[in-house]
Design a protein around this ligand. Structure first.
Ligand SMILES: NC(=O)c1ccc[n+]([C@@H]2O[C@H](COP(=O)([O-])OP(=O)(O)OC[C@H]3O[C@@H](n4cnc5c(N)ncnc54)[C@H](OP(=O)(O)O)[C@@H]3O)[C@@H](O)[C@H]2O)c1
Length: 323
């Protein structure tokens, strides 16, 4: 019988990748959105997904949307609420939304597998003083599911993602900026050392679906409650920038700034991102506090050539006019 996956965040990058891949794999896909008439929702319907409406702030609506699901994929985003609620408020809201998703999933009698996007905790990785709201609150939800929802935890994989290659054109803070009167020179100002080590998720529009499909195909690898770590490259920040220069043909310079300066430049978004980069600078290896519970692409049976790495992602962005 055809299996049903309910994809929350289906109109976004991660959920969209998951929905498209699972449709290709012959699954029935129920795509959740708050707006069925958006261009992204319409495109999903045209690709074969059934559209349904639910909100992360309403457990009842999630329960109704999850009815009959064999699998649920979900991704939340505190950056959507950071301007209105501040870092702590938006972090708290993201945690509460994740717990509502978990509550609804826990009540879904047909559920075999929940794949929930989380990130490692800055404090667990780098110690006290490295609290990063958009990372720590996601990890707090994972811990709470393990502690208070053991039956759901048995069916849950937490999906971590490295930096998106698409940040180079979607995320202003991570897009190189042309220096006026420099005849085509670009600067990349970041609040960390140029040789800070980063995990990159490559082309998330493609790679996330590859990971979710592998997770669902081999549930025994990442259940119960393991952290599937999705990345295509591990490289220093300045090497990421070098790839951007090679692909675009534009000169670039990495400029290190302080956390305070980054906050001054980019406001609350900069303050939040600087916390992440400082934590990753202090402990670049995400797996250290989670040893034994982290599952890699290799363990999931994903071959390197199945993932679109940073350089190839940048080439395709260039070819499609995004860079
Ligand atoms: N950028 C990076 O390098 C990076 C790296 C690692 C992790 N991340 C994480 O990736 C996540 C963002 O993923 P994304 O890029 O796929 O997000 P996105 O493209 O902004 O999509 C967000 C999705 O969530 C849905 N959504 C938002 N609020 C909702 C609500 N209250 N109820 C129901 N649905 C809601 C939206 O659906 P509708 O609007 O259609 O309702 C949309 O489909 C964040 O958690 C971020 O921390 C980012």
């Amino acid at each position: 019988m055809t299996k049903l996956i309910v994809v929350c965040g289906a109109t976004g990058a991660l959920g969209g990748s998951t929905a498209r891949r699972m449709l290709q794999e012959g699954w029935q896909v129920r795509a959740i959105t708050r707006n069925k008439t958006s261009p992204a929702a319409k495109a999903l319907a045209e690709a074969g997904a059934d559209l349904d409406t639910a909100s992360y702030d309403d457990t009842e609506s999630l329960s109704a949307a999850f009815k009959g699901a064999n699998a649920v994929f979900a991704v939340t985003n505190m950056f959507d609420n950071i301007m209105e609620l501040g870092q702590d408020g938006a972090g708290e809201k993201e945690y509460s939304q994740m717990m509502k998703i978990a509550e609804a999933a826990g009540k879904t009698s047909t559920l075999e597998h929940l794949v929930l996007h989380t990130l490692p905790s800055g404090e667990k990785m780098a110690g006290k003083g490295f609290y990063v709201p958009h990372m720590d609150n996601k990890d707090r939800a994972a811990d709470e599911i393990k502690k208070s929802m053991p039956e759901l935890a048995k069916k849950t994989t937490f999906l971590w993602l490295g930096l998106f290659a698409s940040n180079f054109y979607t995320f202003p803070m991570m897009t190189p900026i042309e220096l006026p009167n420099s005849y085509g020179s670009y600067i990349y100002i970041q609040p960390c050392k140029p040789d800070s080590w980063m995990f990159c998720a490559g082309d998330t529009e493609k790679n996330v679906g590859t990971f979710v499909h592998a997770i669902l195909s081999k549930p025994e690898i990442s259940l119960p409650a393991k952290y599937a770590f999705a990345y295509s490259d591990a490289l220093p920040f300045n090497k990421m920038l070098e790839s951007w220069s090679e692909v675009t043909g534009k000169r670039s310079t990495f400029v290190e700034c302080t956390q305070e300066e980054y906050g001054k430049m980019w406001g609350i978004f900069g303050v939040e991102l600087a916390l992440q980069f400082k934590a990753l600078e202090a402990q670049p290896d995400w797996t250290v506090p989670y040893k034994g519970d982290v599952v890699t692409a290799k363990e999931l049976g994903i071959k390197a050539e199945e993932l679109v790495n940073l350089k190839d992602a940048l080439v395709s962005f260039k070819e499609t006019g995004k860079l």
